[in-house]
Design a protein around this ligand. Sequence first.
Ligand SMILES: C[S@@+](CC[C@H](N)C(=O)[O-])C[C@H]1O[C@@H](n2cnc3c(N)ncnc32)[C@H](O)[C@@H]1O
Length: 250
Amino acid sequence: MTGQLLREALTLDRYPRSNTYDQQWVVDHLMGPHALWCSESLLQVMPLRPGMRVLDLGCGTALSSIFLAREYDVDVWAADLWVDPTENLRRVDDAGLAGHVHPIQSDARQLPFARGFFDAVVSIGSYHYFGTGVDYLAYLSEFVRPGGAIGFISPGIRTAPDFTPPPYLANRWGPDLCTWLPPDWWRSLWERTNLVTVDTADFVPNGWADWLHWLQTCAKVGRGYEPDEQMLQADQGDLLGLTRVVARLK
Ligand SMILES: C[S@@+](CC[C@H](N)C(=O)[O-])C[C@H]1O[C@@H](n2cnc3c(N)ncnc32)[C@H](O)[C@@H]1O
């Protein structure tokens, strides 16, 4: 597939901001569903104002951090556990955002920031790795100012967590899928803390279809992930999608 075909395949009307980026760059640094589409979907329901201090938690290769800084004129602390922050700094410098995106290696459970430092926390495809515990939101919210926002997008399964998976899910089942939880599960977890007001807890519109389209396109350039592509294809949008949750601190 040529660069032009890749660009055409990954240009969708729903994502006008993402469409302006080099799609080969996005594919080269993928770690899950399209990081810019997910960021844009989250920011459609999570307003950020210029100059805000934003924590991008589990930023991976920092594509979302670069997107946030460039599109919304915010300062971003790009925190991740597995990806080398020096590599992320190089990408930030290449994007001309030195001084606006600050890469750091950190475990989400041991954050090295001052209490109340951030106006907002954003997490793309990562929150379900560390945030499913009953005490995690309380911990994270210590780093956010009163009235600040926390929002994430993660894979989700639209059913009660103790359901019996159909065969196409059972074939791919493992501990990771246990953390693919539905919007209402997250809403309940967060609201019970009495720390936040949940403004949004839904499935991203077209999330399933866009995720599948992304995997099918990546497969054409040797970067697909067949088990998830097959699972999404078999699902037909019945159970699988992208869970989106946004809340404000009281
Ligand atoms: C599926 S990748 C998503 C990365 C990126 N946000 C994206 O959308 O491409 C999940 C990321 O979560 C990060 N992660 C997992 N556990 C973490 C933890 N305890 N603290 C910080 N980051 C963590 C990993 O380092 C990884 O980069």
